[in-house]
Design a protein around this ligand. Structure first.
Ligand code: NAD
Ligand code: USQ
Length: 389
């Protein structure tokens, strides 16, 4: 298949592009490098050094003889988006290219508006480009488990069978997300469902849980193929952060009681899920949703698992929660769709955590320690940048 990976320079997009190429697909990547600019803005960097996209693509060709085409541009630029779809003529488009950090979207008005504009308009441009150029193209879009929030009923895969006053219907599952970033994904989901229902497009929305891990079989072939590893309080995800904090000898920063529970997934399963979704496309007119997570864990359980795997002393600090989120809640998620397509999950193991400790130890001198503690507070809109309104 011809597969275009949008956001192909990012944490997940790059390993996914490599995996799809390794599986024999014709792959192209697109990116506007804005993720590298957020690092400059926040004064941080990936813990693991990452090569430029040009160097990465060259290294892949040297190692495997396989080529990956590159498109450099912004999905907000409709001419760029249309031109790329016309030029590459993909069978599937995998769309990772969004601002993806909840704390970044909660810094202030400017960051919330940027996040929602970038994510919603970029996706809308893409939907129009597919509809006008080739509605057969299958859109595989990264959503998030956080779209659902933490409802007091089981979370289904995107849709809910409902009975109301004696009548039945199948409706989009009600959403109650916890940040302007997570809300942007809800808006995308609605726009995609509309495009499938009205124009007959085919789309798969992958509501992914929190990703952990940094290595896949392809990224470890060469240092130049490494993907990023974020540790800071804005872009670092919880398990990756705890691993680095353990290596540094810092207390693990559990927010609040730590009883809040999330769906999680190993990066090796992320790339496999994308492959499965592409190779088994949704039907024309179908808005298909999978919950892309493999297990649920509370933040405290994640902290305990990391501390028990570490060969040394680890302390856990329950910080005042900078986010507004339920800490005591029901959490039961249906996630059978991808398993039915053939996913065999890697569950969180000591081996994986130990290999992450090794990655962190190799680069520990690159950490800027001030970036570890949370600075964005959900309760203070605009507290950090009041002068920029
Ligand atoms: P990332 O920030 O590392 O990668 C996203 C890439 O998209 C970046 O390289 C960025 O430069 C690019 N991009 C952003 N806006 C763009 C635009 N307008 N035009 C072109 N390129 C643009 O993020 P990631 O962790 O790889 O996440 C990828 C996707 O998966 C996101 O949509 C995210 O919401 C979703 N997701 C991530 C996680 C996780 O734990 N990392 C979990 C669930 C869902
Ligand atoms: N948390 C801590 N301590 C920390 C960091 C986080 O206790 O040092 C807690 C948070 O309060 C939250 C949970 O851990 O309850 C997850 O936080 P996170 O920062 O790891 O993940 P989140 O903000 O939800 O966002 C990440 C990705 C995002 C993706 C989402 C999947 O950045 O792109 O959409 O995971 S999900 O959570 O399923 O929506």
């Amino acid at each position: 298949m011809r597969i275009l990976v949008l956001g192909g320079d990012g944490y997940l997009g790059w390993p996914t592009a490599l995996h799809l190429s390794q599986c024999g697909h014709e792959v192209a990547v697109a990116d506007n490098f804005v993720r590298r600019q957020y690092d400059l803005e926040l004064g941080v960097d990936s813990l693991v050094p990452i090569a430029s996209l040009h160097t990465r693509v060259t290294a892949w060709q040297e190692r495997t003889g396989k080529t990956i085409e590159m498109f450099v541009g912004d999905l907000m630029d409709a001419d760029f988006t249309y031109g790329m779809i016309r030029d590459f003529r993909p069978d599937a488009v995998v769309h990772f290219a969004e601002q993806r950090a909840a704390p970044y979207s909660m810094i202030d008005r400017k960051h919330a508006v940027y996040t929602q504009t970038n994510n919603v308009v970029g996706t809308l441009n893409l939907l129009y480009a597919i509809a006008e150029i080739d509605p057969e193209i299958h859109l595989v879009k990264l959503g998030t488990m956080g779209e659902y929030g933490t409802p007091n009923i089981d979370i289904e895969e995107g849709w809910l069978e409902l009975e109301h006053k004696g009548r039945r219907d199948r409706v989009l599952y009600p959403k109650r997300p916890g940040s302007f970033y997570h809300l942007s994904k809800v808006h995308d989901s609605h726009n995609m469902e509309f495009a499938c229902r009205i124009w007959g497009l085919r789309a798969t929305d992958l509501n992914q849980g929190v990703v952990y891990g940094q290595e896949t079989p392809e990224t470890t072939l060469d240092d130049r193929l490494a993907t990023r590893f974020d540790y800071d309080a804005v872009f670092g995800t919880v398990l990756n952060r705890f691993v680095i904090q353990a290596v540094l000898g810092h207390p693990l920063t559990v927010y609040g009681s730590g009883t809040q529970t999330r769906g999680i997934i190993d990066i090796r399963d992320t790339v496999r899920c994308i492959q499965l979704a592409c190779e088994n496309p949704a039907d024309r007119g179908e808005f298909r949703v999978f919950n892309q997570m493999t297990e649920s864990m509370s933040v405290s359980d994640i902290a305990t698992t990391v501390s028990e795997s570490f060969p040394g002393e680890v302390t856990i600090d329950n910080l005042d929660n900078p986010r507004v989120e339920k800490e005591e809640h029901y959490y039961k998620v249906t996630h059978t769709g991808l398993v039915e397509l053939g996913l065999v999950p890697h569950l969180l193991s000591d081996t994986l955590i130990t290999s992450l400790f090794d990655v962190a130890k190799r680069h520990v001198d690159r950490v800027r320690e001030e970036a570890l503690l949370p600075g964005v507070n959900w309760r203070n809109p605009g507290a950090e940048r009041t002068s920029e309104r």
